[in-house]
Design a protein around this ligand. Structure first.
Ligand code: HEC
Length: 187
C-alpha cells in the first residue's frame, strides 16, 4: 500500500528523483564508513588478543583474570580492599591466609557459601582464592602454602557449609591453640 503510493508520487514529481538518489548515496557512504570503522576495531582487537597459555599459569594475564572474577563475584560483598563490612561480611584481606595453617581451614575457605555456590568454575574459584591469598595475605600465609588447584576445589567445594558460624568458631579456637591470632572471631 505504502510502496505503491510512494512510487506513484515519485512518478508524478520527477524533480524528487535526484534528491532521493543523493540521500541514498549518502546513506551508503555512512554505512561504508561504519563498516570500515568496525573492521578497524576488529583488527585492533585481534592485534591485542593473546591466547591463554596453560604453560604459564601464574602469568599476569591470569592474575588479572582472577581479579576480574573477584570483582564480578565477590567484591560486591567483601568490598574492594577485601576489608569486609563490619557486622555483616568478614574481611578476606590480612585474615584469610591464617585459615591455611589448618587442613580443615583450607577446606572451610572452599566451602563457605559465597565461594562454594558462586558461578565460578572449579579452576576460576581456585584462581580467585590463590589471587586473594597471594596478593592480600602475604603475612598470614604459612611458609609451605601450596596454591589451590581445580582438582582440589572440585573434590571439596561441595556441599556448601550450612553452619558457617560453628565451623568458623571451631577453626579459630584451633588457631588460637597454635598461637595464631590473626582471624577476628567477630567481624
Ligand atoms: C552476597 C554476599 C557475598 C558474596 C557475593 C561473597 N561472599 Fe564470601 N562471605 C559473605 C558472608 C556474609 C560471609 C560470612 C559467612 C557466611 O555467613 O556465609 C562470607 C565469608 C567468606 C569466607 C570466610 C571468611 C571468614 O573469615 O570466615 C570466604 C573465604 C569467602 N566468603 C570467600 C568468598 C569468595 C571467594 C567470593 C566470591 C567467589 C565470595 N566470598 C562472595 C558474603 C559474600
Amino acid at each position: 500500500m505504502n510502496a505503491a503510493r510512494v512510487s506513484r508520487a515519485g512518478d508524478r514529481v520527477s524533480a524528487q528523483q535526484p534528491a532521493r538518489g543523493a540521500r541514498a548515496a549518502s546513506a551508503v557512504t555512512l554505512w561504508i564508513g561504519a563498516a570500515r570503522r568496525m573492521s578497524m576495531l576488529l583488527i585492533a582487537c585481534a592485534a591485542t588478543y593473546v591466547p591463554p597459555s596453560p604453560a604459564n599459569a601464574q602469568s599476569s594475564a591470569d592474575l588479572s583474570l582472577a581479579q576480574q572474577h573477584w570483582v564480578l563475584n565477590c567484591m560486591g560483598c567483601h568490598t574492594a580492599t577485601g576489608g569486609g563490612i563490619p557486622g555483616k561480611v568478614p574481611p578476606l584481606a590480612h585474615s584469610l591466609g591464617y585459615f591455611e595453617h589448618l587442613p580443615a581451614g583450607r577446606e572451610y575457605v572452599m566451602r563457605v557459601p559465597g565461594a562454594s555456590n558462586s558461578a565460578l568454575s572449579d579452576q576460576e574459584l581456585a584462581d580467585v582464592l590463590n589471587w586473594l591469598l597471594t596478593t592480600m595475605n602475604h603475612e598470614a600465609l604459612p611458609k609451605d602454602f601450596k596454591p589451590y588447584t581445580a582438582t582440589e576445589v572440585s573434590a571439596h567445594r561441595r556441599p556448601a557449609l550450612s553452619d558457617v558460624a560453628t565451623v568458623r568458631a571451631g577453626l579459630i579456637r584451633d588457631l588460637h591453640e597454635r598461637g595464631i591470632k590473626g582471624v577476628a572471631d567477630r567481624y
